[in-house]
Design a protein around this ligand. Sequence first.
Ligand SMILES: [Zn+2]
Length: 329
Amino acid sequence: MLLSNFVVFIWFCFAVAQPQPSQSTAPYWPSHSTTPSRLTAPSLPTAPSESNRPDDHTAHEPPEDEPPDDDFELLKTTFPHTYAHRGCTDQQKRNLEVAANDAWLLAKAQTVPVEGYDYNLPHSQWLGDDWNKQGDETLDKQSSYIAGNFQNMARLVSGNLEKDQKLRFWCFPRWKNDDTCDKAKVYAKSWFWYPEDEDLAIKIHHTVFCDRFFWQPGLQSTVDRLKTKPMRDQLIIDNAVGVSAVTMLHEIYHYRDMIVYPSTTDYAYGALKCHELATKAGGGTELAYRNAESYAIDALAIYLQQTLQLGFPPISRKYMNEEIDPAGA
Ligand SMILES: [Zn+2]
């Protein structure tokens, strides 16, 4: 396949960024009959149709610029088919493994149902009140896409990727003169080669993790620290949102076709902005379901509530201060 047949798409991401699942092992690719919206245009999702993606999506060759398999080595993670570039140091590879295993815990909490747990609370908080509503074309599309994204993530959690689907992690920029990681606040960026043939699914996703990512605290140490804090601190998600696993999960929630459809973008980062985005005034589900960070924080909220055995999922500090507890008591 000629390189010219592909267009590369890149995200810049700031801080961004059990029971066996019962979901089908078949990938969830919401069908579409019109050209998918591309990343730079945060347009609304295209309407789903009854037709399915063709089955010949595995037939295409990787683009010429796709690095050879020998450039990567398999990481020891609970996510399947996850590789690090051989240019990463051993320490970086270990850090990637820790972050990936922690991101897996977050994704599992989010997508593998626990009996009796009220998922509506966190999903409404981070993906908007309409995350599961139906009744008109817009509501139906949104809830269908969100359900599909969760279903795809459950597949990744359970290890059910197709043979040629891969996650490829880098610890340095892919291209010469790429100064992405030199920019303030950038933790990671992801890209894929987008086949001009709209019916081909994207199989390989790349993410470069910048030095800032490797400086982020781990999930387990953060949870251990929170356990020593008053419950009020445990209920403020800002106290945990900076962990490396959230950055990695944010990036994975950019992986089109493998995880999300249609493309996600970055409308908001962090607990406060994502909370505001999910409200009606901030855009609500219509924007939140296209925002990678919203999914990552939603997963963190569920994981923390379950792990710390909290009465409700953690929320943003400002919301806690102003609405839940205006007196600051
Ligand atoms: Zn992003």
